[in-house]
Ligand binder design. Structure first.
Ligand code: PLP
Length: 450
């Protein structure tokens, strides 16, 4: 018999128990949380697929490096290791640590943007959009048309529409576009990858108009592996080489180390522009910390330095992409509507097709997420009408997979729970709001069954 099973490329050294609850208890917890899974205690969740951000397991090498953390205020050894690790993959001359990705975004945009400016991106992540808008600029999403259709198959649904980028530059003028961004993988667009060909084309347009190109690099390793699997000419390249080639097309990046940094906290900002880097460091000192720690402990810098190297290991990425596809493909084969193909870090259920009897204004995604919790103690997150209001184009339920945290039997359990809920989908009821905060309402809103 051929050996084809892709196994977890690690064994477990330290375990964290998860807690079973009874359905009657979960009914009570859900009512107490007003049907908003953000308001649950994590201890009352069996399998937590709320996010892949900062929730992964670290390796023995990361924990070992943490012991070596140098907590010197300035010029620490840990910063040197961190900087060298980042540069070995990203290649940019200036590396500025920050406490998270959004801090890197705020510093980048505060220094580069002014009111009335425009930033094109394939799809802005929500914190990226909020930080662009916070300085009075406009965030424009230019993902290809295929990237907006959940059921459609395309190898690189995260690609930017290059013609639309050219048109945007022609329409508003180069002086109003201080930078272009490319998000790899495209998180808000379903974790879909961007091809090297597309990044090269976007880079060429930027170079022609002398506009800097920055990557939102949070899932750069997963994106590199998709290129290896799907793009002609990259089969024999390593994920590291692919990442190096991709970053050479740009002028800098923002990064959340809570994703492909394989750490629980941290981020960084890179640029090849020394003048900008000086301004960025000045702002960093004002709000984050000295440029050799940027709001992080020395031990965090060590964990990221090691984690980045582990993220580009081929055995890890093969397992990572295969395990997300395993979940997505099983659900798809049962006829359960999901965003296709499965992304790198998450599988998205299409709630409008799953529970078509629930109108958008009755929050089908929130109702479905609540049912997954009731049925099997699984926590997911709605990305739809509760998050974006009436402007939401889709109602999705995201099952995000933390890195190196759950095994295949956990995922088999998730598949069974979703299948069980699919079997009784007709009985799922819609919800209405009983409390709504003025902004980012999905985090704290309260709801009740209609
Ligand atoms: C998570 C994320 C961010 C923000 O990073 P934080 O560390 O959560 O602040 C920015 N862009 C993308 C694509 C992300 O996934």
């Amino acid at each position: 018999m051929p050996i084809h099973t892709i196994i977890e490329p690690f064994r477990i050294k330290s375990v964290e128990p998860i807690r079973w609850t009874q359905r009657a208890e979960r009914e009570r917890f859900l009512r107490e949380a007003s049907y908003n899974l953000f308001l649950l205690s994590a201890d009352d969740v069996l399998i937590d697929l709320l996010t892949d951000s900062g929730t992964g397991a670290m390796s023995i090498y990361q924990w070992g490096a943490i012991q070596e953390g140098d907590e010197s205020y300035a010029g620490s050894r840990s910063f040197i290791r961190f900087r060298d690790s980042v540069q070995s993959i990203f290649g940019y001359t200036n590396v500025i640590p920050t406490h998270q990705g959004r801090a890197a975004e705020r510093i980048l945009f505060t220094v580069m943007l002014k009111k009335g400016d425009i930033v094109p991106n394939n799809t802005h992540f929500d914190t990226t959009r909020a930080n662009v808008e916070a300085v009075g600029a406009e965030a424009v999403d230019l993902v290809i048309a295929e990237g907006r259709q959940p059921g459609l198959l395309h190898p690189f649904k995260g690609n930017m529409d290059v013609a639309a980028l050219e048109q945007t530059i022609a329409r508003v003028g180069r002086e109003r576009i201080p930078l272009v961004m490319l998000t790899i993988t495209n998180n808000s667009g379903g974790g879909q990858p961007v091809s090297m060909e597309n990044a090269r084309a976007v880079s060429a347009v930027c170079r022609k108009h002398n506009i800097p190109l920055y990557f939102d690099a949070c899932r750069f390793a997963e994106n590199s592996y998709f290129i290896k699997l799907r793009e002609q000419g990259y089969q024999d390249k390593t994920p590291r080489q692919i990442a190096q080639e991709m970053f050479s097309l740009g002028d800098g990046c923002t990064m959340s180390a809570k994703k492909d940094g394989m750490a629980n906290i941290g981020g960084f900002l890179c640029t090849n522009n020394d003048v900008l880097a000086q301004q960025q460091k000045n702002l960093l000192i004002l709000t984050e910390g000295y440029p050799t720690y940027g709001g992080l402990a020395g031990r965090d810098l060590e964990a990221i330095a090691v984690g980045l190297q582990e993220a580009v290991e081929e055995d890890y990425l093969r397992y990572r992409i295969a395990s997300t596809a395993y979940l997505g493909n099983h659900l798809h084969q049962m006829g359960i509507p999901i965003v296709m193909p499965p992304g790198g870090h998450a599988v998205y259920l299409d709630a409008r097709s799953f529970v078509p009897h629930i109108l958008s204004e009755r929050f089908p995604g929130v109702a479905l997420a609540a049912e997954l919790y009731l049925e099997g103690g699984i926590r997911s997150v709605e990305i739809g009408t509760l998050m974006f209001g009436a402007a939401a184009k889709m109602d999705l339920v995201r099952l995000a997979i933390p890195r190196r945290t759950y095994t295949q039997s956990h995922i088999d359990y998730v598949i069974e729970v979703v299948a069980e809920v699919w079997g009784k989908r007709d009985q799922i009821r819609g919800l209405r709001l009983t409390y709504e905060p003025p902004f980012l309402r999905h985090f704290t809103a309260k709801l009740e069954q209609v």
